[in-house]
Structures are given as structure tokens and as C-alpha cells.
Ligand binder design. Sequence first.
Ligand code: SF4
Length: 105
Amino acid sequence: MNGSNRRVFMLQVAAGSTALMAASAAQAQAAMVNEKDAQAAALGYVADSTKVDAKKYPKHAATQLCSNCQLYAAKATDPAGPCALFPGKLVAGKGWCSAYVKKAG
Ligand code: SF4
């Protein structure tokens, strides 16, 4: 790779990482689901799984978290991520709702 090609390559790498940073910034800016939103309330969503109403949701277990739910579209270690049930918003990794489905594997 000659000097000119290397410069072009470095510029491409820089442009690529800027685009990646913009994408993650966009995700970081998405609003968190509000527990009081109609959809969230209907599903019994809470941002803190330890606050689930055990009388209303007796099947809830402490190990059930958004971060290990099939519908959580982020890494299990991410503090928040998208969920198919709440388009355009983020749910808390430690959250829970009554539509919880254990992630396969
Ligand atoms: Fe969390 Fe899963 Fe309910 Fe979405 S469906 S809010 S990821 S428990």
C-alpha cells in the first residue's frame, strides 16, 4: 500500500467509525419506555424487574429480565435496548413485562 492509498484507507476507516458512532448515538437517544404508557401498562412493563406485582403476575420469576428475553434486540450486557413490542423506544435490560419469553440457547 503506497502512502496515498494508506491515506485513503485511513480516511475510509475514520468515516466508517464515525457512521458507527452516529448509529449508536441514535440508539442512545431513543426514549426509554414509560411504565405509564398505555402499551407498557397493559403489559405490566416495569423498568426494574424486582418491582413486578407478584399478585398480578404470579408466573414472574426474578431471573426473568428483558436482557434475557427473546424480544430484546440488544446484547444481554447492554443496559437498555429495543424490544419488538415497543417500536422506536428502549426497554431497560433489568426490566420485565408479561410478554416475556426466555431467549433460546
Ligand atoms: Fe422486556 Fe421481553 Fe417484555 Fe420486551 S417482551 S418488554 S424485552 S420482557
